[in-house]
Design a protein around this ligand. Sequence first.
Ligand SMILES: [Zn+2]
Length: 129
Amino acid sequence: MILSKAHYDDILNHARAAFPEECCGLIVGHTDCVERLLPSNNISKGDKTKTFEIDPAVRFQLIRETGERSMMGFYHSHPNGVPFPSDTDKAMVYEPELIWVIATLDEIKAFRFLKTKQDFEEIPIQVKL
Ligand SMILES: [Zn+2]
């Protein structure tokens, strides 16, 4: 996945601003190239330091503007954790074709869910200046 330095920093800054809660947002782009981030409020009704839910209004907005095919995936943060999918994340895979980007306060990793393995596989992030 190709991510600009500006988008990389935007995700980290969102994670830091939302601390100690998880932040989240949509990732928009083509093939492997991220073109835009759409930050969302975390609307989880659970403990927001451990869970997240993207506001459906953000996704509807994207569909209205550009159609759903431009959605590559989404990001969320693990404010006190590691940048790898948690068991909660694994239980939340409804759309296996989407990329999961997970941030701590200083690191970002990307994953794809493999249906055949029923597990996440890390995909490399290339940061462009
Ligand atoms: Zn998570």
